[in-house]
Design a protein around this ligand. Structure first.
Ligand code: IMP
Length: 429
C-alpha cells in the first residue's frame, strides 16, 4: 500500500492531524504538495503548543522523511523560523527535503497579497495575507522564482528584475506604495541559499525510488476540496490544487502510484474567509459549534464561520478526489443535541439539487434541505469501538456514510491522538 493521499473534504481545518497521527510510524515519507504557510496545525511537544504553517506534519516523527514538493510555494524566512523553533525543542529536522522546482514567496508577494485585498474592499477573498496567490500567479505567468534559482546569481537577478518590472509600476501608480528594490530581494534570497542547500533535492526522483522500494508515502494536502482553485468555490479559493490529483502534479509522482485516497470530513462544517457556505449558522447554534469545537484559525486566529454538515459537499468530495476512506472528525462536538440536522440536498429557487450546482450563482443561492436525525446525550469521548457508540450515534454515522458514498473508516471522538474509533485500518483493509 505505498501511495496514500490525504485531503480535506470541506473548506479546510477538518483535522487532518488525526489521520496523520493514526498512520504515524507506518509512514516513511510525508509530502506536502500544495499551498504554503497559509495552512496551520498545532502540535504539542512536551506539553508546549507549537503552531506549524509550512512544514509537513511528518517533521516530528524521527523515522519519517518530510518532503516539500514542487507544487508548494515556500517563504524561506518562515521555513527557517519554523525549523529554528523545532531545533530549540530538540526536534531533529535534518531529514527535510525540498524540491528544487518549488517556487519561492518573496516579500513582494506578501505585500501584494495585502494591498490587493485592501484594494478589493467588499470584494476581497479574505486571504491569509501570506503571499500565496501572488506567488502562484507569478508561477503561472512564468515570472516566478524557483528554489534552484538561488544557486545562480545572474539568473536570480534577471528573474527578480522581470518580476518587479510590472509590479513596481503597480505598487507606485495603482496602490500608492514605494517601489521594491531588486538588490534588496536578491540579497535576501542569496542569504538563504547556503542554509537551504543541503535540503534541496530532486524530490520527484527520491519519491519514485522510495515507492519502488515499497516505502509508504503519504501525500498530505493543504487546504481542502472546496478551496481548490479548479474544483472549489472560485474565486473564494486558495490558488493551488488541494484535491487528490494535486498530489501528482505537486510532487512529480504519477496517478498510477496512488493506491488510496483518504478524506477528512468534520461532523459539522467551518469556513474561514469569504465565499458561499449554504449551511452556515448565524445563531446560537453556530456559536455553540464555534465554542465547543474551538473553531479559531491557527494561522490568523480568525473565528471560523460554522454550520451543519453538508453531505452534498461530502458527495462532491468523494467524486472529485476518488475517496476510498473517510475519517469523520469531531463527532463528540455534536453530543447533547436533540436533533442533528444533516444537509442532504439544496433548494435553488424552488428546484431540488442533489449534486453541487454547476453554476456558482446557484450555489450562492442554495438553501439547505435538512434531514433531522435523533441525537445522543451520552459522552462518546471514551468510546474506542463501534459497538460502544450509542445506537443513535451509529445511525448518524451510517446515514452520513450512505449520503457521501464512501465508507467512514475512522471516527474522531475527542481531541487526543488516541480518541478515535477505527472501523477499518487505513493502510491495510
Ligand atoms: P490564501 O490561501 O491565503 O490565498 O486564502 C484563500 C482562501 O483560502 C481564504 O478564504 C483563506 O481563508 C482560505 N484558506 C487558506 N488556507 C486555509 C487553511 O489552511 N484552512 C482554511 N482555510 C484556508
Amino acid at each position: 500500500m505505498p501511495g496514500i493521499v490525504l485531503v480535506g473534504a470541506q473548506w479546510g481545518d477538518e483535522g487532518k492531524g488525526k489521520a496523520t497521527d493514526l498512520l504515524g510510524d507506518r509512514v516513511d515519507y510525508v509530502v506536502k504538495f500544495n499551498g504554503g504557510n497559509n495552512a496551520g496545525h498545532t502540535v504539542v511537544i512536551e506539553g508546549e503548543k507549537y503552531a506549524l504553517h509550512l512544514l509537513p506534519s511528518g517533521i516530528l516523527s524521527p523515522n519519517v522523511v518530510p518532503v516539500i514538493g514542487n507544487g508548494v510555494v515556500v517563504d524561506i524566512g518562515v521555513l527557517f523560523e519554523e525549523l529554528d523553533g523545532l531545533d530549540k525543542r530538540g526536534v531533529d529536522t535534518s531529514r527535510l527535503r525540498i524540491s528544487a522546482n518549488a517556487h519561492v514567496i518573496t516579500s513582494y508577494h506578501t505585500t501584494l497579497d495585502k494591498v490587493t485585498e485592501r484594494f478589493l474592499g467588499k470584494r476581497r477573498i479574505g486571504t491569509t495575507g501570506r503571499g500565496i496567490g501572488p506567488a502562484y500567479a507569478d508561477k503561472m505567468n512564468r515570472v516566478g522564482i524557483r528554489v534552484q534559482d538561488l544557486y545562480d546569481e545572474s539568473i536570480l537577478r534577471q528573474k527578480v528584475e522581470a518580476a518587479l518590472d510590472v509590479k513596481n509600476q503597480m505598487l507606485l501608480k495603482i496602490y500608492n506604495r514605494r517601489a521594491i528594490e531588486v538588490d534588496e530581494i536578491v540579497e535576501e534570497l542569496l542569504s538563504y541559499a547556503p542554509r537551504l542547500k543541503p535540503m534541496v533535492a530532486d524530490t520527484s526522483l527520491e519519491l519514485s525510488q522510495a515507492l519502488d522500494a515499497g516505502k509508504n508515502v503519504l501525500f498530505e494536502a493543504g487546504q481542502a476540496t472546496l478551496l481548490d482553485v479548479d474544483h472549489g468555490t472560485y474565486p473564494y479559493v486558495t490558488s493551488s490544487n488541494a484535491v487528490s490529483a494535486g498530489a501528482c502534479t505537486g510532487s512529480g509522482v504519477p496517478p498510477t502510484r496512488v493506491d488510496r485516497v483518504i478524506a477528512i470530513l468534520k461532523a459539522y462544517a467551518t469556513r474561514v474567509g469569504e465565499g458561499p457556505f449554504p449551511t452556515e449558522l448565524h445563531d446560537d447554534q453556530g456559536e455553540f459549534l464555534r465554542k465547543t469545537g474551538a473553531e479559531f484559525g491557527v494561522t490568523t486566529g480568525r473565528p471560523r464561520r460554522t454550520g451543519w454538515l453538508d453531505t452534498v459537499v461530502g458527495r462532491y468530495a468523494t467524486r472529485v478526489n476518488g475517496v476510498t476512506d473517510f475519517v469523520l472528525t469531531k463527532l463528540d462536538i455534536l453530543t447533547g443535541l436533540d436533533k442533528v440536522p444533516v444537509c442532504v440536498a439544496y433548494d435553488v429557487d424552488g428546484v431540488r439539487h442533489d449534486e453541487m450546482p454547476v453554476n456558482q450563482t446557484d450555489f450562492h443561492h442554495a438553501k439547505p434541505i435538512y434531514e433531522e436525525l435523533p441525537g445522543w446525550w451520552e459522552d462518546i469521548s471514551n468510546c474506542r469501538s463501534w459497538d460502544e457508540l450509542p445506537a443513535t450515534c451509529q445511525a448518524y454515522v451510517e446515514f452520513v456514510e450512505q449520503q457521501i458514498g464512501a465508507r467512514i473508516s475512522v471516527i474522531g471522538v475527542g481531541p487526543g491522538r488516541d480518541e478515535v474509533i477505527v472501523r477499518h485500518d487505513l493502510l491495510k483493509d
